[in-house]
Ligand binder design. Sequence first.
Ligand SMILES: [Fe+2]
Length: 187
Amino acid sequence: MRGTGRVIELLNEALEFELSAIAQHIVHAEMLHISGNGRHGLYITKQAIEEMLHARCLIGRILALKGLPQVDAPPAPRIGGSFLEQLENDLAADREAVNQYCSAAAICGRAGDTVSQALLENMVIKKEENADYLEAELSAHAAAGFESAAEQRIHSVPGPLQHDSASYQSASSVDRELQAAPRKRTV
Ligand SMILES: [Fe+2]
């Protein structure tokens, strides 16, 4: 296939975004659990698992194209010191990734690699869904005041995520915990 070398480069760039996001999400999720913001922490844990699945798909595709997955030097994660910084950093990372994935998907399409194109386009959809969630969280906190919103969340969460291995086995297990968590904030 013409342009395979460039496609592999682009898939490796996407892989770097995913690997960095995994580390960023895991650290943020644990900070959130410790601070008592369990519901958002569960959501971010789910994101970390989803990024891992994306990374696995990218690695599989790179190997299928006879390339070498570059996993040794992803960009440093941007860890937020506060809940607001975490939201902003996660949103910024999502937006950067969407830009790269959209551009990469178009190039893959022009190269005739519709498999890589579809993989990247699916990842764009997931990133955009996550960005929508983060934007809604930022808007909610801007409206309510960041301190009072954080206070409300502390009282609305069901408790910290159980750190047993079963809780981390799959995204679906986190999904179930998210479904069980109360959706309305209590004042
Ligand atoms: Fe992802």
